[in-house]
Design a protein around this ligand. Structure first.
Ligand SMILES: [Mn+2]
Length: 424
């Protein structure tokens, strides 16, 4: 995969500069009464799950332009995830999508073990038809008007749980494309009741130590109304199902300008926040790389999470859900892992005692400045130090390019067809 000596050789080029930057930042933070070592430890303990489907070049409804060495199967994808983790030490787990990644669970575990990876939440797929299925999801899956179609979709989710349980996963994420493209096409109330009924059947199949995540999305593919369109419906669902049901927040699945950090705060209050799909967006569900469009929003989300990190029972799944159309997916995922980690460390820098004081005094200017002071702190040296202490790369992109990994897998893997639109 990635030779240790490649990482060491690349790190040697950056070590002296890192030492200087780290010492400078340590001194600066010390003046603020902040221990840099505690932040390095936080960075080392941080991990986000990589989506198996994100390792291949994605696409839009219009086209897909694959690069060289596209993963041909789940084992290739896990190899790529292993590279991401080896270079960043920030991606210790993988989120699988079934049936795309469906195969012998023993083989999945063996390949993951090879790279020191574990499995986070598994994802079901009833938003497209598979070749061998009896009933089509064209007009819905868990909410379909036909009972046999709903039962088929429920059964698929139960199979995902069964397979996930064999690979050590502890959660199922359910996202459905069900909804309507025209006013009047469906009865919105009865459709939601059918959704709840199907979800209860899935919930009944959850092992005791599992959770089910309800993922909302404002629109697409149902362009008029989507059954689980926002956090309100997601929360209603989680509350109706029971304590093992939580809400998953995908940062891209909201209308522009929606205050996502406030949604996060509300779900924490309700005890119903289960996890995240990190990405970024400019207009809609763009699935752009985390932190590339609005890094301050990513920071503000993490600000809520760090603020609530001691809340009993708050144990979140941090996952990425992105589509990489014009970059090497491994590079995009590495940068995203680091940007998510960066926002977390910056949020850990917020002087919460001072902030609480400014809030109590209604000092809006200083309260806001307290957040921005943390956000503006360049924590690069903390992240790089954490990586180097763990034997990972000080400069993951530089080390990855020096390794020649993409060229090697381009020779070894079959050429991927660009035919058709991409769906991720
Ligand atoms: Mn998602």
């Amino acid at each position: 995969m990635i030779d240790k000596s490649t990482i060491e050789a690349d790190n040697a080029k950056h070590q002296d500069g890192l030492d200087i930057d780290f010492a400078n930042l340590a001194e600066k933070l010390d003046r603020r009464g902040v221990s840099i070592d505690a932040l390095v430890k936080r960075a080392q303990d941080f991990g986000v799950a990589v989506p198996s489907w994100g390792t291949g070049t994605g696409g839009t409804r219009f086209a897909r332009f694959p690069g060289g060495g596209e993963p041909a199967n789940i084992f290739d994808k896990l190899d790529d995830c292993g590279v991401i983790h080896a270079l960043t030490d920030a991606a210790p787990s993988v989120s699988l999508h079934f049936p795309w990644d469906q195969t012998d669970p023993a083989d999945l575990r063996a390949k993951a073990d090879e790279h020191g990876l574990t499995f986070d939440a598994v994802n079901s797929n009833t938003f497209q038809d598979q070749a061998d299925q009896a009933h089509s999801y064209k007009f819905g899956s868990l909410t379909h008007t036909d009972q046999a179609t709903r039962a088929q979709a429920v059964e698929h989710n139960l199979e995902c749980i069964e397979l996930g349980d064999k690979i050590g996963s502890k959660a199922l994420t359910v996202w459905i494309g069900d909804g309507a493209n025209f006013p009047g096409q469906t009865h919105m109330g009865r459709q939601f009741e059918r959704y709840l009924s199907s979800m209860k059947d899935i919930y009944a199949g959850l092992p005791n130590d599992w959770q089910i995540f309800s993922e909302h999305k404002i629109y697409e593919p149902a362009f008029y109304s989507t059954v689980v369109q926002d956090w309100g419906t997601s929360l209603l669902t989680a509350q109706e199902l029971g304590e093992k049901a939580k809400c998953l927040v995908d940062l891209g699945h909201h209308a522009p300008n929606v205050n996502i950090e406030m949604i996060v705060s509300r779900l924490i209050h309700a005890g119903k926040l289960g996890g995240f799909h990190f990405n970024d967006s400019k207009y809609g569900d763009d699935d752009l790389d985390s932190g590339t469009i609005d890094p301050y929003r990513l920071f503000l989300v993490w600000n809520e999470l760090v603020d609530a990190e001691d809340t009993p029972g708050l144990d979140l799944s941090h996952m990425i859900d992105q589509s990489h159309n014009v970059t090497d997916p491994i590079e995009s995922l590495m940068v995203s892992c680091i940007e998510i980690q960066r926002a977390y460390i910056q949020a850990a820098l917020v002087d919460r005692e001072a902030l609480a004081g400014y809030q109590a005094d209604n000092d809006a200017l200083m309260a806001s400045a307290t957040l921005r002071n943390a956000f503006r702190t360049d924590v690069d040296a903390i992240l790089a130090k954490a990586r180097s202490l763990s034997g990972s790369a000080i400069d993951p992109i530089g080390a990855y390019r020096a390794s020649g990994y993409r060229a090697k897998v381009s020779d070894a893997r079959p050429v991927s067809s660009g035919a058709g639109g991409g769906i991720v």
